[in-house]
Design a protein around this ligand. Structure first.
Ligand SMILES: *[C@@H]1O[C@H](CO)[C@@H](O)[C@H](O)[C@H]1NC(C)=O
Ligand SMILES: *[C@@H]1O[C@H](CO)[C@@H](O)[C@H](O)[C@H]1NC(C)=O
Ligand SMILES: *[C@@H]1O[C@H](CO)[C@@H](O)[C@H](O)[C@H]1NC(C)=O
Ligand SMILES: *[C@@H]1O[C@H](CO)[C@@H](O)[C@H](O)[C@H]1NC(C)=O
Length: 485
């Protein structure tokens, strides 16, 4: 007992000495360059070879993930308002379907908490590691939070707890997500982005139409979102623009915002000359057309069909040659369907198509137009057209110009006015098919690198592994090694 103080003194001396020699060692490392086989202390080399994924700002899709089987299989909870019955589904649901089936295929255990379909039977999938937990939606169509939370807790205490919780938009509401460290939310449209749509709709309003209140309401909605978004630990932005807004306007710390662009099934959507020819033959379309323009989606106001209708009407009236040489094929139906059919014999309205026929549709056209006015996330039809090898022409909305049609190599963009859309139609027509084919090839190259379902699933898998990273067991999933030469 009595010699304890002197022992302490001895310890402090030893500590000081060893610290000193440790710092001398570091100093030696910096000064002598090559040290620990890591190369000179320039930093630049290391930065290229390995990076911290959580603070990586560009879209993760741009990283190259080698084909591998994840050494760690995750237990993942998914909250999504509605699970699509078939391929015919809007953006968010299609994303949920494509992504989570891909993760199940990779061997991860998935538990999907979603609402039971009202009329149809629930689809079946050939995966034994994919579980669905159904519940009745609330009157306003949301997941019943009390019920799904109970279902979740039951699964979280059965076997092993969940490694990661993924919610598509507010499938799991912020009131439940607070304080959960391993939750990821994917945003498919935020109010700040939608303000642009509101402005466009207000400008396009005809004098007799009453003014919509959504523009005023939207600004308060942004403020609400800025307040509740931080209740989610991690955020996936589906476009570069939204990633920027989440960090700058919504003030979410950088290491909690990750950009992963949507992906589409590259096995279904791909160039196939024969299927395109076959598609046209079945519709009785001859080879006499100088150019075939494709449109797809619900023919509704906020997808821009009224301004497209007006632009086509004017162009057809102005140029007989345009009307006689350009064919318009519309894959989709909706309130504007009949008016499009009445435009003339060079406009064909097909109604909605199943995925396989939609793939042939893209192969039958020379260029794809999307006049959408809805500034919400990434439009799947643009990605499908590009990965099929077609150039795309779309509205100048920030997610589109920032992540899809980033320059004229892949197509064109226009402002949301009839005049600008008309100019785009004439421009494409004058440039002709050879130029469009070249742009189509560039579009396919870019889409394969950034918009394939495989890339998207790989990126999410890495994010989920990173979030569930267990450093104590020596795991290192948040570090990315660039193995490209
Ligand atoms: C994407 O990757 C390519 C090749 O690795 C690189 O040249 C390019 O700078 C990257 N782009 C971004 C936005 O990170
Ligand atoms: C369910 O089916 C009934 C009758 O077949 C139909 O009237 C109703 O609109 C359907 N509901 C939904 C949500 O599809
Ligand atoms: C799930 O269970 C684990 C282990 O009991 C627990 O630590 C975790 O907080 C639970 N997750 C949630 C969201 O309740
Ligand atoms: C068609 O063009 C003529 C002039 O070239 C114009 O007088 C007429 O109003 C136009 N019709 C429509 C439907 O735009």
């Amino acid at each position: 007992m009595t010699n304890l103080p002197s022992f302490r003194r001895l310890c402090s001396v030893a500590f000081v000495l060893s610290s000193f020699s440790f710092f001398m060692f570091l100093f030696w490392c910096r000064c002598t360059g090559p040290c620990l086989r890591r190369g000179p202390f320039t930093g630049a080399v290391d930065e290229k070879r390995s990076l911290d994924l959580l603070t990586y700002a560009p879209a993760w899709n741009n990283l190259s993930f080698p084909p591998w089987r994840s050494p760690k299989l995750l237990k993942i909870a998914v909250f999504v308002k509605k699970w699509p019955h078939r391929s015919r589904a809007g953006g968010l649901e299609r994303h949920a379907l494509t992504l989570h089936l891909a993760l199940a295929k990779k061997g991860h255990q998935l538990h999907v908490f979603t609402s039971s379909p009202q009329n149809e039977s629930f689809p079946r999938y050939p995966f034994r590691n994919l579980y669905f937990h159904l519940s009745n939606p609330t009157g306003s169509g949301y997941l019943d939070q009390a019920v799904v939370w109970k279902q979740f807790q039951a699964q979280n205490s059965t076997g092993k707890p969940f490694d990661v919780i993924h919610t598509e938009s507010v499938g799991l509401m912020h009131t439940r997500s607070k304080g959960i460290p391993n939750i990821v939310v994917s945003w498919h449209g935020i109010a700040y982005e939608t303000i642009h749509s509101d402005i466009i709709q207000e400008l396009l309003r005809s004098p007799g139409e009453p003014r919509s209140s959504s523009l005023d309401d939207r600004v308060m909605r942004v403020v609400e979102e800025v307040k509740f978004f931080p209740s989610y630990a991690h955020h996936v932005a589906t476009s570069d623009h939204v990633g920027d807004v989440l960090k700058r306007v919504y003030m979410i710390p950088e290491e909690r915002v990750h950009v992963i662009l949507n992906g589409v099934d590259e096995d279904i959507f791909k160039p196939n000359l024969v299927s395109g020819i076959d598609f046209k033959r079945r519709l009785g379309i001859t080879d006499s057309w100088a150019m075939v323009i494709g449109l797809a989606g619900r023919l509704v106001k906020d997808k821009g069909y009224p301004i497209m209708f007006e632009a086509l009407t004017q162009v057809f009236n102005e140029s007989e040659r345009f009307r006689e040489t350009v064919l318009i094929i519309v894959a989709g139906d909706g309130p504007w369907g009949r008016r499009y059919r009445d435009l003339g014999s060079n406009v064909i309205v097909l109604g909605p198509l199943e995925q396989e026929r939609l793939a042939s549709f893209y192969n039958s056209i020379n260029v794809f137009f999307n006049p959408t006015l809805r500034a919400q996330g990434l439009d799947h039809t643009l990605l499908e057209a590009m990965i099929s090898g077609k150039p795309v022409v779309a509205t100048k909305l920030a997610s589109i110009t920032g992540s899809i049609i980033v320059n004229d190599d892949y197509g064109y963009t226009f402002t949301a006015t009839v005049d600008s859309l008309k100019r785009a139609l004439y421009h494409v027509w004058n440039e002709g098919r050879t130029v469009l084919e070249k742009k189509g090839q560039a579009a396919r190259k870019r889409a394969l690198r950034l918009f394939s379902a495989t890339k998207m699933a790989d990126a999410y898998e890495r994010l989920f592994l990173c979030i569930s990273n267990d450093a104590r067991s020596g795991e290192d999933y948040c570090k990315y090694q660039d193995l490209s030469p």
